[in-house]
Ligand binder design. Structure first.
Ligand code: GSH
Length: 257
């Protein structure tokens, strides 16, 4: 099999999720960091259905989306590598009526938590403090790509703000939704369990921990060294650090990343 290539943005928490799963399952791959803007052309050239990263290229096979990449990793890992499969249901009966499957939890993390962490964070950082964000966008790029990104930074910011619907009121809306997701995760973890589901690390844990990493900035994160929160995000995150969910993210990173 040709060595797989993982196309990523260094800052993206969905890209971190895919990269962590490949690392955890000891899959040999090459990483390709892409500049925002150029990524769309690369995705098109690869024949991916949309422009979003992460994308994994394995020979002629193109796997797009962090969840699909984890499924590919699970199917292609060495027999002795640990499984990330999640076959059990949550131990906690959230509403007293039903238990949640890994698929249900994973979908909510991807579609709600991940989206609002990003919109909340960028609504301040990318709009008011872009100088805090640019270094992480350009790190790991070639000098030519760095130059290109620096020159086009104003345009890139505007396009990203439009695509993700960023702004002051949108940031506040995402903050409120995010707090509800943190309440939900705190409750899921309230039993003191080490994992969101079952008795070993699963894809659901990697999903939750990587999508929450921008609120924790764990030391073990491969691309967040030196990154700083913007002022209001810093105040919130410092207040949230004692929440069970964010303490848990720290523990999971310390043990498994
Ligand atoms: N659900 C997707 C979300 C991926 C996603 O939103 N990627 C963003 C970066 S965080 C992206 O590539 N945005 C640029 C684009 O869509 O062109 C996944 O899990 O991979």
């Amino acid at each position: 099999m040709a060595t797989p290539v993982l196309y990523v943005f260094a800052i993206s928490h969905y890209c971190e999720k895919a990269r962590w799963a490949l690392d955890y399952q000891s899959i040999n791959y090459n990483i390709q960091h892409l500049p925002p803007g150029i990524h769309g052309r690369v995705a098109k050239k690869l024949g991916a259905p949309t422009s979003s990263l992460p994308i994994l290229q394995v020979g002629t096979q193109i796997i797009q989306g962090s969840g699909n990449i984890i499924s590919w990793a699970e199917a292609n890992k060495a027999a002795e590598s640990p499984t990330l499969a999640c076959d059990e249901t949550s131990q906690l009966d959230l509403d007293g009526l039903h238990k949640l499957s890994g698929e249900e939890i994973g979908k909510r993390l991807d579609d709600v938590l991940g989206v609002h962490v990003r919109r909340y964070y960028y609504s301040e950082a990318l709009v008011d403090y872009p100088q805090l964000v640019r270094p992480i966008f350009v790190r790991d790029l070639t000098p030519f790509q760095q130059g290109l990104t620096n020159i086009s930074w104003g345009v890139i910011r505007k396009l990203m703000a439009r695509k993700m619907d960023l702004g002051h009121s949108q940031g506040l809306e995402s903050r409120q939704l995010l707090e509800a997701e943190l309440d939900w995760l705190d409750q899921l973890l309230a039993g003191g369990g080490q994992y969101l589901i079952g008795r070993h690390l699963t894809r659901v844990d990697i999903t939750a921990a990587s999508l929450l990493a921008p609120l924790v900035l764990p030391q073990e994160h491969p691309t967040y060294a030196g990154i700083k929160w913007s002022p209001n995000v810093a105040v919130d995150c410092e207040t949230w650090q004692n929440r069970r969910s964010l303490q848990w993210v720290k523990e999971i990173y310390r043990k498994y990343r």
